[in-house]
Design a protein around this ligand. Structure first.
Ligand SMILES: Nc1ncnc2c1ncn2[C@@H]1O[C@H](COP(=O)(O)OP(=O)(O)OP(=O)(O)O)[C@@H](O)[C@H]1O
Ligand SMILES: [Mg+2]
Length: 271
């Protein structure tokens, strides 16, 4: 279990987390949603040890993060940051192999190569193995970085808007593969999504952030309501449920004003 306790994070007067606490179980897909600029990426960077919080503790399986153990701490992670471009003269296969940098040492065994090719095959990218990554499309690049994160065999997999450049097919391929691997390997998977319907389809646990607070957490079917979405995004929606009980968020053509969704008055933080 990844456990965040009483986390406070701010840049000057801008508070991104105010005494925030939550637990993420292993073998589950956790999805963070929330408005632009609310601190979702900063939270992931904090968990990875890139940003130091003002207060709070982060633990994984009993190990408490501190600055002295940052290298060892990060070995447990596969982390795909937001909007990464690959600007190195390497092939797709070489970039995927970099996911196993710790294990590479000086020689590259056949088994690692097979593993990398298998990772590419699993997500339908094996035909790109020898292509220079600088020539990939935005979506192909995102899929390659996903394969690299999987190659790390992480205990904690963090993906920051991993499907932002993907078409409908690859959105489903990636999220389905991620969810299957998470459950098969007992990972903690934590990703940020803006698409509420994908979040509803794939999250075992949804975390809704706004104004430095975790305003709701739980199974999508239990917490996604028109009122919550209105409070968080300032947008009116209808919510329907499909045959499997998965919520579907239907938007309407926008008739409000830009910038009004900073109103948090109706929202109560999750303790
Ligand atoms: N290093 C920094 N120094 C100062 N302010 C920062 C820094 N990093 C981020 N911020 C600010 O913190 C806020 C949250 O940024 P963050 O990238 O975490 O948002 P986000 O929720 O991921 O947004 P988006 O959905 O647009 O990706 C933004 O207002 C941003 O400008
Ligand atoms: Mg972000």
């Amino acid at each position: 279990m990844l456990e965040v306790s009483n986390l406070s994070l701010a840049f000057g007067d801008l508070v991104l987390a105010d005494d925030m606490s939550f637990r993420l179980n292993t073998g589950q897909t956790h999805v963070i949603i929330g408005p632009n600029g609310t601190g979702k990426s900063s939270l992931l960077k904090t968990l990875f040890g890139d940003i130091r919080p003002q207060k709070g503790s982060i633990q994984f399986s009993g190990e408490v993060f501190n600055v002295k153990n940052v290298t060892q701490w990060r070995r447990q992670f596969g982390y795909m940051p937001q909007d990464i471009r690959l600007d190195v003269g390497l092939s797709v296969l070489e970039v995927v192999l970099l996911g196993q940098l710790n294990a590479l040492s000086l020689k590259l065994g056949d088994s690692l190569l097979e593993e990398a090719l298998f990772a590419l095959e699993q997500i339908g990218l094996v035909s790109l193995a020898n292509q220079d990554v600088r020539t990939l499309s935005g979506g192909q690049c995102q899929m390659v970085l996903f394969a690299q994160a999987l190659m790390r065999k992480p205990k904690i997999l963090m993906l920051d808007e991993p499907v932002s450049a993907l078409d409908l097919h690859f959105q489903q391929v990636m999220l389905n593969h991620l969810d299957q691997q998470t459950k098969a390997n007992g990972w903690v998977s934590l990703m940020i999504l803006h698409d509420l319907n994908l979040a509803a389809q794939y999250a075992d646990n949804l975390l809704v952030l706004k104004g430095g607070r975790l305003v709701a957490q739980g199974a999508p079917a239990d917490i996604l309501t028109p009122q919550l979405i209105k409070d968080v995004y300032g947008v009116n929606v209808d919510i329907e449920f499909d045959g499997g009980g998965v919520p579907f968020v239907r938007t309407h053509r926008f008739s409000g004003q830009a910038g009004i969704h900073s109103n948090t008055s109706q929202i109560k933080a999750v303790s």
